[in-house]
Design a binder for this molecule. Structure first.
Ligand code: NFS
Ligand code: SF4
Length: 647
């Protein structure tokens, strides 16, 4: 076990070694014990949808080529792909539904601890949804907005309302292909229905429905989650915070909130400021109460409150193994069951908090909107009480300062100022070539890949070549740990054109845009960049590409698919894309789909080569836009250039 092969980050290496010395198991060890992993599963060629199976198709030709029902390899792989997209969509969207429920409860006055923190954003969303705002209170507007949002999940007719934000040519493509998403739940249910035994057995139509399902996520559930969270908890604005395990404090009560829904974590942060609890903490000998986040909850909290980030997905067990965590409260998604095991090796109290997500042997403290603050105080109180049980601690010293909290609105504001907030300066600088294009680096951390290595290498490679990087999810945290979200340090690595623009407007070349549901901020930003003019008519015209090279989750696949169906090139690691067993599915996802939607998938595990693929795509888009000409005529003198710049 060589910790430098497991993580490119020093703090994680330290704790991995520490756990190794103590014989404590983590995700990397469990991955080792799973070797060799099933080759059929890795290619997506096995099916256990019905009890005539499980069936598997021999990808090398000697064995069976169809399942008992006669399903061929294309059907089997396409069904697996569709089911994963549907599961990912269900996760983001069920998260959105919880937020919408709290939103409605808050509007009705049934959730006294929550309120409308961003009335301006509420009004804007209300206008978009056709909700009357004149002479009405925020609560009245919010109630109607919340009810419309809730009906987006199960309405019996009509299309997803947020798709109206997409450029008109994009909406026309969706209509032509029959993939404009209807009710979110309906698309997920239809995905399960189509992919059950004996229904849709055409890989092409299965994959088309994967687009529709994913669009119900990106332009439906996930987008609503971001919108409603911003209104309830306040839209993020860029601010500073610290990232990495070094944010844990040796002399304070450390609380970690982990998961995805800010419903829980917002309250824990507020409860940790309670004077009575702080006094109790002091009485136990602690200097204070320190709350830190893991996974997407961390992104949500830092971008709204500057709460420090302890780490991304693979750091959840490591954080506990520092011995310094009094309490970890989890809600939904990306919470490893292995936490229960490692928590039992330390004094750490682990709590599940939502009815949807329980772990055997872990105490459940249900969080409900009506009594949220009371429950949060109880949780913080339990952490404070637990401080006295702490044994020796081993907190790695590493942490980096990050600027985080970029949104569609705040990027425009940074670019143009309060009164002229606009994408114009960005479009102009893409057109004049100082910025070559935009890249999204998103997603998870996977023990099959050296922790944080591909996200950060890709980010460095892209900014060096004058591509402005937008990042979300665990990739954001990876960038944060390696100082790429620190404008001063990251600008040193940026190409001269990008650097000049970033310095002029005061932003880093890597912009942290929030959690995974906030990928939808990029769709909105892209649509507004198109509307600003000069860079084509559709999202697929933009010099823009996305990558997720450390993906673990079905959610990442749903995100990838809605980017592709929105016209964007998306690169995943080859090893982490278990749908390569069918030649026809490969041909469609890597090429054919581009004719349908203007976007496509690519697989590449090496981050430098992935950057090349993205750059080639960006330059092709620039060529098609006709904005590369000026750069090619290199014979202008400085004077002539100045004249050109002014004209
Ligand atoms: Ni996204 Fe957030 Fe991280 Fe991956 Fe999991 S936390 S929703 S799925 S692992 S980025
Ligand atoms: Fe096998 Fe077909 Fe059943 Fe899948 S659906 S398990 S391929 S018989």
């Amino acid at each position: 076990m060589d910790p430098t092969k497991r993580s490119s980050d020093k703090a994680a290496q330290d704790i991995i070694s520490h756990m190794g010395r103590l014989g404590q198991e983590n995700a990397w060890d469990r991955l080792d014990r799973q070797q060799p992993q099933c080759g059929f599963g890795r290619l997506g060629v096995c099916c256990r949808i019905c009890t005539m199976g499980p069936c598997r198709v021999d990808p090398f030709g000697d064995g069976p080529q169809v399942g008992v029902c006669g399903a061929d390899v294309d059907t089997i792989v396409a069904r697996n792909f569709l089911r994963a997209v549907a599961a990912g969509t269900s996760a983001h969207s069920d998260h959105a539904r919880s937020v919408a429920e709290v939103f409605v409860a808050a509007a009705k006055g049934h959730a006294p601890d929550y309120g409308i923190k961003d009335p301006a954003k509420l009004k804007k969303l209300a206008d978009e949804l056709g909700v009357e705002t004149e002479n009405r209170t925020s609560a009245e507007i919010a109630l109607e907005v919340g009810q419309i949002a809730l009906s987006e999940f199960g309405k019996s007719e009509g299309e997803q309302l947020m798709t109206r934000r997409a450029p008109a040519p994009r909406r026309a493509i969706w209509r032509k292909r029959g993939v404009t998403p209807r009710a979110i739940d309906r698309e997920v249910v239809e995905a399960l229905h189509r992919s059950t035994m004996g229904v849709d057995q055409d890989y092409g139509s299965l994959l088309t429905h994967a687009s529709r399902t994913a669009l119900a996520d990106g332009w439906g559930g996930a987008m609503l989650a971001s919108e409603l969270q911003d209104i309830l908890f306040g839209a993020p604005t860029p601010g500073r915070g610290d990232v990495n395990l070094g944010v844990l404090k040796s002399d304070e009560v450390n609380i970690i909130v982990h998961g995805h829904e800010p419903i829980l974590s917002e309250m824990v942060v507020a409860a940790a400021e309670d004077p009575e609890l702080l006094a109790r903490a002091k009485r136990t000998g602690a200097k204070g109460i320190n709350v830190a986040g893991i996974c997407c909850t961390a992104n949500e909290l830092m971008s709204r409150h500057g709460v420090p980030i302890a780490g991304n997905f693979l750091c959840q067990e490591l954080a506990i193994a520092t011995g310094a965590v009094e309490m970890m409260a989890v809600d939904v998604q990306c919470v490893m069951q292995g936490l229960a095991q490692i928590a039992s090796c330390y004094h750490t109290k682990l709590f599940t908090t939502t009815a949807k997500s329980r772990i055997p042997g872990v105490e459940h403290v249900p969080m409900s909107e009506g009594t949220a603050m009371k429950t949060a105080k109880e949780l913080v109180g339990r952490a404070v009480e637990n401080y006295k049980n702490r044994g020796p601690v081993n907190i790695p010293p590493s942490k980096e300062t990050a600027v985080i909290g970029f949104t569609n609105e705040s990027i425009k504001y940074m670019l143009g100022g309060k009164f002229r907030a606009s994408y114009r300066p960005l479009n102009d600088n893409i057109m004049n070539g100082r910025i070559r294009g935009l890249a999204a680096i998103v997603g998870c951390s996977n023990p099959k890949v050296e922790l944080d290595y591909t996200h950060t290498t890709l980010a460095r490679e892209l900014i060096r070549r004058d591509v402005l990087v937008l990042t979300t999810g665990c990739a954001t945290i990876a960038c944060g740990k390696q100082a790429l979200l620190n404008p001063r340090e990251a600008l040193e690595l940026a190409g001269s054109g990008l650097r000049e623009v970033c310095e002029a407007v005061g932003i880093a070349p890597v912009l942290a845009c929030g959690s995974c549901v906030d990928n939808t901020r990029m769709l909105v930003a892209g649509s507004e960049i198109v509307a600003e003019g000069g860079l084509g008519e559709d999202l697929s015209d933009l010099p823009l590409a996305g990558a997720c090279l450390e993906s673990i989750s079905e959610k990442a696949l749903a995100i990838g698919q809605y980017f592709v169906a929105s016209g964007v090139l998306v690169v995943f690691s080859k090893e982490l894309f278990p749908y390569l067993g069918s030649e026809k599915v490969r041909e469609y996802l890597f090429a054919g789909i581009e004719e349908d939607f203007g976007g496509r998938w690519a697989v590449e595990s090496d981050p430098v080569r992935a950057a090349e693929i993205m750059l080639a795509h960006i330059e092709r888009k620039r060529d098609a836009l006709g904005i590369n000409e000026r750069r090619e005529r290199k014979l202008y003198s400085m004077e002539e250039r100045r004249v050109l710049e002014v004209s």
